[in-house]
Design a protein around this ligand. Structure first.
Ligand code: FES
Length: 133
């Protein structure tokens, strides 16, 4: 996984969106992000690795659930409102059939809210830490 760190002019380290950096970083070498509101808006919050394993939960068909995307919720894998100081929002989802499902707790799956194995890149030392997507 590629992780980029860029420097703001006066407010210390700042993270830029991965999509933005994937496009520009190979073209620019080292770059300094201007400390302007427009550039600050590009600084996305990274999710916290809530756990390096998925959680098996029973879900009811047709019922709306809110999956925690920020990783800061105390009621994993569901939202408890802890995202309010981030730019991440919970994912509302339903399932078509009731049953047990493995939901992502590392917050790096590419098949939200379900586990897709991306947690294998994390160790227990990553739990509770922000990790760039
Ligand atoms: S727990 Fe996130 S991909 Fe498995």
């Amino acid at each position: 996984m590629r992780e980029y760190q860029v420097r703001a002019h006066s407010n210390g380290p700042a993270r830029a969106s991965v999509a933005w950096l994937n496009f520009f970083a190979p073209r620019m070498g080292e770059y300094t992000v201007p400390n302007s509101p427009g550039f600050q808006a590009l600084n996305m919050t990274s999710p916290v690795v809530a756990n390096n394993l998925p959680k098996r939960v029973h879900l009811e068909a047709g019922k709306a659930y809110f999956f925690c995307v920020c990783g800061r919720s105390a009621t994993q894998p569901f939202c408890d409102g802890s995202h309010k100081d981030t730019d991440l929002k919970p994912l509302r989802f339903t399932v078509e059939e009731s049953g047990d499902f493995w939901l992502c707790c590392c917050k790096h799956t590419e098949n939200r809210p379900f586990c897709d194995g991306h947690h294998n890149q994390f160790t227990p030392a990553d739990v509770g830490q922000e990790r760039a997507l």
